[in-house]
Design a protein around this ligand. Structure first.
Ligand code: AMP
Length: 285
């Protein structure tokens, strides 16, 4: 069932709750692929009812980013979601979520601001305000749907860590379930933004997983020194790859690591032409 209005979703969820059913929420920006579907599958398995949101959230895009051209494929998304067992596809307009004032000016919106320590690094460094927009919309979705479980992908691991922190700090009564990264057959992490890649850029995009998997295998062979591990990345980089960051950080609180260990996640962002891609790998196991 495709719903556009907050009140309609609330009414439906109220009925479910009266029957004692559990509710899972999968927040997305649409253009669904197998990565999203893995989250949906987990929710459908775990919960009696599953809601997905499809909302390209204007307040998490920075000026000059791809808000306007972000792929919007609601008909196909609704079909895929329903086939996967989703009960409600919630696709609000920006005005439904923020009202006219909220869209026109940040001054007319109450924001949820995660701690600066979590947002001043990795993606937050180049995407200033991005995680404020993410936490604000996710908090609103939590309040609208009131799910028992919410599902997020490790593909956006900084986001996942920040949302877990928000849920803990604000005592939001639900459980966050994290889901592993789903990759294409050749290892590229699935992303709606992969659609932007030309044929040549698609080949070059493998640089992210090549660097990460190589670091992981060097770590597994006994190298723990971060400088030495970072140096292994340079043999993969070509002039067409603009490395934004390659960092070793704690998997729970994003602190910088002095030496790689099993609690370390290696994060990478690379621009290929104008397409910015992110990926990460945990050094555990
Ligand atoms: P998005 O539509 O890009 O905002 O993503 C919605 C959710 O799907 C987020 O929790 C993402 O982390 C998750 N997701 C996106 N791509 C993948 C992937 N390749 N594997 C696992 N989860 C993903």
């Amino acid at each position: 069932m495709l719903l556009h209005k907050i009140d309609e979703v609330r009414e439906k969820v109220r009925e479910w709750k009266k029957q004692g059913l559990t509710v899972g929420l999968v927040p997305t920006m649409g253009a669904l692929h197998k990565g999203h579907l893995s989250l949906i599958k987990k929710s459908v398995e775990k919960c009696d009812k599953t809601v997905i949101s499809v909302f390209v959230n204007p307040i998490q895009f920075c000026p000059g980013e791809d808000y306007e051209k972000y792929p919007r494929t609601l008909d196909a998304d609704t079909k895929l979601a329903e086939e996967a067992g989703v009960d409600i596809v919630f696709a609000p307009s920006a005005e439904e979520m923020y009202g006219k004032g909220g869209i026109l000016s940040n001054d007319f919106l109450t924001y949820v601001i995660p701690p600066y320590f979590y947002t001043d690094k990795l993606c937050g460094k180049s995407r200033v305000g991005h995680f404020d927009g993410v936490c604000t919309v996710v908090n609103k979705l939590f309040n609208i749907v009131q799910p028992d479980y919410a599902f997020f992908g490790e593909k956006d691991r900084q986001q996942l860590i920040i949302i877990k922190k928000m849920v803990k700090d604000l005592n939001i009564p639900l459980t966050i379930i994290s889901c592993p990264i789903v990759r294409e057959d050749d290892g590229l992490a699935m992303s709606s933004r992969n659609k932007y890649l030309s044929e040549d850029q698609r080949k070059e995009a493998l640089v992210l997983k090549n660097i990460l998997f190589n670091i992981k295998s060097c770590y597994n062979s006994g190298i723990k020194d971060i400088k030495a591990l970072t140096e292994t990345a340079y043999e993969f980089l070509k002039p067409c790859h603009e490395l934004e960051y390659l960092e070793f950080r704690d998997r729970d609180n994003l602190e910088a690591k002095t030496e790689a260990d099993k609690n370390t996640v290696v994060f990478i962002a690379v621009k290929i032409g104008s397409v910015r891609l992110i990926d990460n790998v945990s050094l555990e196991s």
